[in-house]
Design a protein around this ligand. Structure first.
Ligand code: DX5
Ligand code: ZN
Length: 221
């Protein structure tokens, strides 16, 4: 099992974003993870459309856009125009998830739903076949550099079973506190995509760290 890796630009150097984008372009990373925070859904504000647009112009890999915002349904078209390949909304922020997922797909993007640490995976049972991705938050959303919540492994295993049972093709992505120690355990538990901010951008050799995160892991079965 070889995971995909999506470095989170939230931990990049915003004073010289081009250099970090270039590093990711040249690395073995699969996607750019871009966090959009509105100061309402989460207690932090990150970036908006102008910066996303600038990232898109330099990035040579798909943009995996994680919306930590209230009423994301109002901006789906803008995010599609700004070049998002994967667009993930929070379960806790959307009332009519089924129709939002349909709209995201109709705009030509892959559709994801993210779950906060307290939200159980079985709430996704009916919608799983319509999803391209489920993003499990392994910290409380809003900030980089927090500690991984250990109970997440169980949640990932439950989701893997549910995906199998429902015949869903959805990828499992984890976000928050991912490091070189827990990465192989997460992959063994069933994770397909590892998001990592602090671990990548605050390491001595970010491109090597991406390579280490992306190492194949032997299956338990
Ligand atoms: C947190 C964001 C993450 C963040 C992860 O709310 O969604 O993408 O950048 O950062 P690390 O990997 O440092 O925990
Ligand atoms: Zn994120």
């Amino acid at each position: 099992m070889q995971p995909m890796v999506a470095p989170s630009l939230l931990s990049a150097n915003f004073g010289n974003l081009d250099a970090d984008i270039e590093m990711v372009n040249r690395s073995v990373a699969d996607w750019f993870h871009v966090d959009i925070m509105d100061g309402v859904f989460v207690p932090n504000i990150s970036i908006g459309f102008p910066v996303l647009e600038a990232i898109r112009k330099k990035a040579k890999k798909p943009l995996d856009v994680h919306l930590m915002m209230a009423e994301p349904d109002k901006y789906l078209e803008r995010f599609s125009e700004t070049g998002a390949s994967v667009l993930t909304v929070h379960y806790e922020a959307v009332t009519h998830l089924h129709s939002v997922i349909k709209d995201i797909r109709n705009l030509g993007m892959q559709a994801g739903i993210s779950l906060n640490p307290h939200t159980p995976v079985n709430l996704l049972e009916e919608i799983l076949p319509d999803l391209d991705l489920v993003l499990i938050m392994t910290v409380n959303p809003g900030f980089g550099g927090q500690s991984f919540i250990e109970s997440s492994y169980n949640k990932i295993r439950k989701l893997r079973t549910l995906i199998k049972e429902t015949g869903s093709q959805a990828l499992i992505e984890v976000d928050g506190g991912v490091d070189l120690e827990n990465a192989p355990l997460l992959v063994k538990a069933g994770v397909d995509v590892l998001v990592a901010g602090n671990t990548v951008f605050n390491s001595e050799n970010p491109s090597k760290t991406i390579e280490l995160l992306r190492r194949p892991v032997r299956s338990i079965t």
